[in-house]
Design a protein around this ligand. Structure first.
Ligand SMILES: Cc1ncc(COP(=O)(O)O)c(C=O)c1O
Length: 393
């Protein structure tokens, strides 16, 4: 290729790139070490105009200069130790390092065989153990609590209506109802809207001493059942966004179990108390009884970006993607096999299966038999209970 006229996307001069990258890293570390000197400041109007996308590529030095002087100074303010504006954590200095490596690797966590997939699984296993979830539980790292709530309640919806809801939707079914205390975050309403359940079917239960009044909660569930509605889920809050309120998780878990409801715990703000000593730790007692929960955001854990964990434990294979870790992996293989059959996959892929790796590298992608054999073998091992429907296609 003609380098002059078609320079490609790589830096033209790697040494120059390296020099500016080092200087930028220093500027980032300065920003972290001087966090106390950087309260929130608004973006000045003259700076705003510098955010326009230039018609021609910026030289790497100008890019660094723009990032350091026009972008970095105008942060949310949450890296300042006295920032109390929103529930954004300060982040950790180590987060800068891992983000750097993540950007360098530029890996997609949708599959294949690479280090970050294994790291993700370790993070999920750590969360599982920290929150006392059973070993069969699995999880996902997602972008935030709103997303996590949609995924968790989608599982609850499948549990309430059966697997057919994935094909047929909720048309023609009786209304599903959801119950929460007044502390619930607005993310819940958004999820209920998105899932087609409708916020008229959200019952906001008046407060008792510790979250929703259990008697009133039970009365509402029974009334809805009597009216032919389908009580679907109970939402408990471990740390509300406004006042840091904690519902009595054990009381809600008892009610959920008694009436066969999915228990979802929003721990975006307070699940971290599992890492704390008393008196904070016991605030989240009972979190291990959740069907779905999120641990969230960048608060005390300090992850640099908002990554939430959804946990799902119910053993019904038709529920969403992560009812069972081993089964999830096998279903994924079955889905991959179909895509290979459909000619949708080209090039290198690797599929993890219950800790082992099925590599379909390079030309090996033309070996769907291998996966089919495996799928067959797994189906046999399951004594036919597994079916061919992937939970996550
Ligand atoms: C308790 C609680 N739930 C849900 C959310 C929504 O989280 P996200 O902005 O990650 O979607 C927040 C955000 O502050 C929260 O504090």
């Amino acid at each position: 290729m003609d380098k002059e006229n078609h320079p490609g996307l790589d830096p033209q001069d790697w040494d120059e790139y390296r020099t500016h990258a080092h200087a930028l890293l220093d500027a980032c570390i300065d920003r972290l070490t001087e966090a106390r000197e950087h309260p929130w400041i608004p973006v000045p109007p003259q700076v705003l105009s510098s955010y326009s996308i230039p018609a021609k590529p910026l030289p790497i030095g100008s890019l660094r200069e723009t990032l350091v002087s026009q972008v970095m100074p105008y942060a949310t303010g949450n890296t300042h130790p006295r920032f109390f504006g929103w529930v954004h954590g300060t982040g950790l200095a180590t987060g800068l390092l891992s983000e750097m490596v993540a950007a360098t690797m530029n890996s997609n966590l949708g599959g294949r065989d690479h280090g970050l997939n294994y790291m993700e699984r370790e993070v999920i296993a750590w969360a599982r153990d920290t929150f006392g979830f059973p070993h069969t539980s699995s999880g996902l790292l997602v972008a935030g609590t709103s997303q996590a709530t949609v995924i968790a309640l989608s599982s609850a919806r499948i549990r309430a209506l059966g697997p057919d809801v994935r094909k047929k939707g909720i048309h023609g079914t009786q209304p599903l109802t959801i119950y929460s205390g007044t502390a619930a975050h607005n993310a819940l309403r958004k999820a209920i809207e998105l899932l087609g359940i409708g916020t008229d079917n959200l019952r906001l239960v008046p407060d008792g001493e510790n979250g929703p009044d259990p008697e009133e909660l039970e009365r509402l569930i029974l009334a809805d059942k009597a009216n032919g509605l389908i009580p679907m889920a109970l939402i408990a809050t471990a740390g509300s966004v406004d006042l840091g309120r904690f519902d009595n998780l054990n009381a809600m878990a008892d009610l959920a179990a008694k009436h066969g409801l999915w228990l979802h715990i929003d721990g975006a703000f307070g699940a971290w108390t599992r890492l704390a000593d008393e008196p904070w730790r016991s605030l989240s007692n009972g979190i291990e009884r959740a069907d779905g929960s999120q641990r969230g955001r960048a608060e005390p854990g300090g992850e640099p970006a908002q990554r939430d964990i959804v946990r799902q434990v119910h053993g019904d294979e038709d529920q969403l993607q992560s009812a069972d870790e081993e089964r999830h992996r096998r279903d994924h293989i079955a889905a991959m096999a179909r895509r290979v059959d459909q000619g949708l996959l080209q090039g290198q892929i690797g599929i993890r299966c219950g800790g082992s790796t099925v590599d379909l590298g390079g030309g090996l992608v033309t070996r769907p038999n291998e996966i089919r054999r495996r799928q067959h073998h797994d189906a046999e091992a399951d004594e036919g209970d597994h079916g061919n429907q992937p939970a996550l296609a």
